[in-house]
Design a protein around this ligand. Structure first.
Ligand code: GLC
Ligand code: GLC
Length: 808
């Protein structure tokens, strides 16, 4: 069942009922200020950091689920309704929410009044702009009372949920005309505040939640709205809000727009005050002035559209499959930009409090956005590398505001360092900017202890080599890519975190996944070494990769698939000898992506085992059989009920590894079948089962052992976005930058007989026409009319348009 439809020209998903199977959200903002907004106007916004600079309150895990947002109550006679349906839930004659590229447009209609709430974060602004347009479509004049509503919480969001003995006494506001200022804690150490203003005269305001809502009322029945008149309440402690009361008269056919701005403002420390106790509001006034008319909102929308069209013009596909086109041209890259901005910090499943930027996550996310924003990817790489330690290991996470490593989580995830090689290599292939390798980058953010970025990569590579176990395979540490495979944890105490507890310190537990990752990263590392003239290092790296490949083939081949690991005791994990968890997905994908077993048939065998044991209608599950009981020697993976998360869930992030592996063995049809099982646009028709947004990937879909097989959770912030981009754009459609040129080697289903791709890269445009299906085999390329040998199109001088015809 569908709950809306795609509008491909507008690049929007159009939701046509408020009763979606879960709140379906969008992200607004491009640089410093971001908003999460659901189709019913729920969510919140923040400046840079969702924990320390969150403007408005959202109640996670609440009843109802989508609690808190920016609402406009409309009082029409005695009736009260909200165009976003929530929170009043009065039935609407029509509802529509258009989530687009950085804009959300919610329209509600009731009893002859159409109200449209257009929301965006304009380029370069630290503010959410809402344009509310009210139209009288009836025959009689309307007198409406409109009440805006946001609930402020611009202080530490963790404190906000825990330290009530303090925070219920700190709330402060100032009011000036139609502008409401939230200045809690400004009197002490803050030099920032929030403002909520409107570009029209107001009939009244409220700033105290209890006065506006009523102590025993919910947001669906605020007392002030029910009574029809603002109280002019001034918050003092307790819970400050911003609410404007507007009286609007509309003749038949008439419409009017109002622009509301919810902004974040920072003052220089020495210019905090206008007068003793009076906040300096100059910057806030300037912000409100920039959006004092509807026309200015139109301009901001047009500018934003231009920004996105510019980005998305980097890779343009035209194929016979409209669902494929909308994934590749719009929604997959859009999600990749969101993961660039958010990492794993703020979504409807991530509280914005707990997690900073992941070392491994950020490097993988980069694979999905490096072609869109290469300059920002460059900075990201340098920031990530600066959280590395001198021995090559790394903080598992770092904080976005300070860019410093997170001590609470610390280090010890032994795959982390290698991802820096993958991220950096992707950047250099995209841009050709080898100068980045010579950049001076600190260790652990210590300016006194620096080395070139290439030296950082070298330490990453050697960290693996210096941490090998009894079989010559990499030691796993606390966990590898699978955060939940904790082979040194041995936790029997319920309150211990799996990720930071190591009850046994041993050098025995080994990861076959890291071995695959190492062999995958090694050729890139060697190529980069050659670029900086370290020929011996390059040659050694290639030898080490061969030795690791040999170790995998000797110690990690189980007969029909690759083993997953050796545990603390040296027992096999992911073997036919195990009772449960006989086969796990990760090493099958990564070892074959790295080329291991491709020559001798083992790769095909392993992939056939994946198909036989792990494939389902809704994607490939992580392991089989699921762990039915808690295994202390395996850790968190066995803590989940069978079918969920890392215990036999369809953990979408690793499915594209298998897709890419299928292209490595030349089976594009099977790769594309796997792709269609999890790509959201193909799941639109089963939204009642899938439940999450049909325009973005989710981290997890319940596996076949789960009662709710096919149900997704944790949409938006997942490495799934980047890796599926790599799988479809680079490997199935087959267009990917390499150091020496643009590789054009499609390997996709015969159901996609022909397609064209326009790819901008390194200042040139490559126009690729693929004429017939490329399931397997080397295509022939004709470049600007001349056939070339092989599939690598040499880089053209900047400013060139290169025409490429590709035939099998
Ligand atoms: C709070 C603190 C307590 C402190 C008191 C006065 O009640 O919990 O420790 O003594 O405030 O500051
Ligand atoms: C989560 C984490 C990621 C990890 C994955 C598998 O998505 O963000 O770092 O690789 O889970 O455990």
């Amino acid at each position: 069942m569908r709950f809306g439809h795609f509008d491909d020209d507008a690049r929007e998903y159009v939701i046509t009922t408020p009763r979606t199977p879960y709140p379906w959200i969008n992200y607004l903002g491009t640089e410093d200020f971001f908003s999460l907004i659901s189709h019913t106007a729920g969510g919140y916004c923040f400046f840079r950091d969702a924990r320390f600079r969150r403007l408005i309150r959202f109640r996670y895990n609440n009843v109802p689920i989508d609690a808190g947002g920016r609402y406009f109550y409309i009082r029409d006679g005695e009736e009260v309704w909200t165009p976003s349906w929530m929170p009043v839930k009065a039935e609407l004659d029509r509802f529509e929410c258009r989530h687009g590229l950085g804009t959300t447009r919610i329209t509600g209609e009731r009893n002859g009044v159409v109200a449209e709430q257009l929301v965006l974060v304009p380029l370069g602004e630290s503010a959410e702009v809402h344009r509310l347009t009210l139209a009288n479509t009836g025959e009689v004049p309307k007198r409406l009372s409109v009440f805006s509503f946001v609930e402020f919480c611009l202080w530490n969001a963790w404190d906000d949920q825990t330290n009530f003995q303090r925070n219920l006494s700190t709330g402060q506001v100032e009011i000036e005309g139609g502008a409401i200022y939230h200045v809690t804690e400004y009197r002490e150490r803050r030099n920032h505040f929030a403002v909520f203003g409107v570009n029209a005269p107001i009939a009244g305001f409220d700033t105290d939640r209890e006065s506006f809502v009523g102590l025993y009322n919910g947001l669906h029945e605020p007392e002030v709205v029910l009574a029809g008149a603002a109280l002019g309440s001034v918050a003092s402690g307790w819970a400050p809000i911003g609410s404007h009361h507007l009286e609007v008269e509309l003749g038949p056919g008439e419409s009017r727009s109002f622009v509301f701005v919810l902004g974040y403002v920072e003052n220089p420390i020495d210019a905090k005050w206008k007068a003793p106790g009076v906040v300096n509001k100059e910057r806030a006034r300037a912000l409100l002035a920039r959006f004092d008319s509807s026309a200015r909102v139109d301009d901001a929308v047009a500018e934003l559209r231009g920004y996105w069209e510019g980005l998305l013009g980097t890779y343009v596909l035209s194929s016979p499959d409209e669902r494929l086109d909308r994934m590749v041209n719009t929604w997959n890259p859009y999600q990749c930009m969101v993961t660039f901005n958010m990492s794993r910090s703020a979504s409807y499943f991530e509280s914005g409090i707990g997690r900073g930027m992941g070392f491994r996550d950020s490097n993988q996310d980069l694979l999905g956005f490096v072609h869109l924003v290469p300059d920002r990817a460059r900075q990201r790489i340098l920031d990530i590398a600066a959280t590395q330690f001198t021995d090559g290991s790394a903080y598992h996470q770092y904080q976005p505001l300070t860019k410093r490593g997170n001590h609470d989580v610390g280090s010890g995830f032994n795959d982390d360092p290698l991802w820096l090689i993958e991220g950096t290599a992707a950047y250099v292939k995209e841009t050709g900017d080898t100068a980045i390798l010579a950049e001076d980058v600190p260790f652990d953010n210590d300016p006194a202890d620096t080395a070139t970025l290439f030296e950082h990569l070298k330490r990453s590579f050697h960290f693996t080599l210096e941490n090998l176990g009894p079989h010559g395979l990499p030691l796993i540490g606390r966990a590898d890519w699978n955060d939940c495979l904790n082979l040194n944890c041995f936790s029997e105490t319920s309150d211990e975190p799996y990720q930071t507890t190591a009850n046994r310190e041993g050098r025995t537990a080994e990861s076959v996944f890291i071995a695959g990752l190492f062999v995958h990263a090694a050729p890139d590392f060697a190529d980069l070494a050659e670029l900086v003239g370290e020929m011996d290092e390059a040659a050694a790296a290639r030898r080490h990769a061969q030795a690791m490949t040999d170790a995998v083939l000797e110690h990690a081949w189980d007969g029909e698939w690759f083993l997953r690991a050796y545990d603390f005791f040296g027992n096999k994990v992911g073997s036919r000898d195990c009772d449960e968890g006989k086969i796990l997905i990760e090493p099958q994908g990564f070892c074959i992506m790295a080329g291991i077993g491709v020559d001798d048939g083992r790769a095909v065998k392993a992939l056939d085992s994946v198909k036989a044991h792990l494939d389902t209608d809704f994607g490939i599950v992580l392991n089989q059989p699921a762990y039915s009981t808690y295994h202390v020697e395996l850790g968190e993976i066995s803590s989940y009920p069978p079918g969920y998360k890392e215990n036999a869930g369809i953990f979408c992030h690793n499915n594209p590894w298998v897709m890419i592996a299928e292209t490595v063995v030349g089976r594009g049809g099977r790769a594309f079948d796997y792709y269609r099982k999890i790509a959201p646009a193909y799941l639109e028709e089963i939204s009642e089962i899938h439940r999450m947004e049909p325009y973005v990937y989710s981290q997890m879909i319940a596996g076949r052992d789960a009662a709710r097989h096919g149900e997704a959770k944790n949409s938006w912030l997942t490495g799934t976005a980047a890796w599926n981009w790599v799988a479809i754009a680079h490997h199935m459609l087959g267009v990917r930058p390499e150091l020496g040129g643009l590789r054009v080697a499609p390997c996709i289903s015969s159901e996609i007989p022909g397609f064209t791709i326009t790819r901008r890269c390194r200042g040139s445009v490559y126009r690729i026409r693929v004429d017939n299906a490329c399931e397997l085999g080397e295509p022939r390329l004709v470049v600007d009319g001349r056939e070339i040998a092989g599939t690598l199109v040499p880089w053209a001088p900047p400013g060139t348009t290169v025409e490429i015809a590709c035939r099998t």
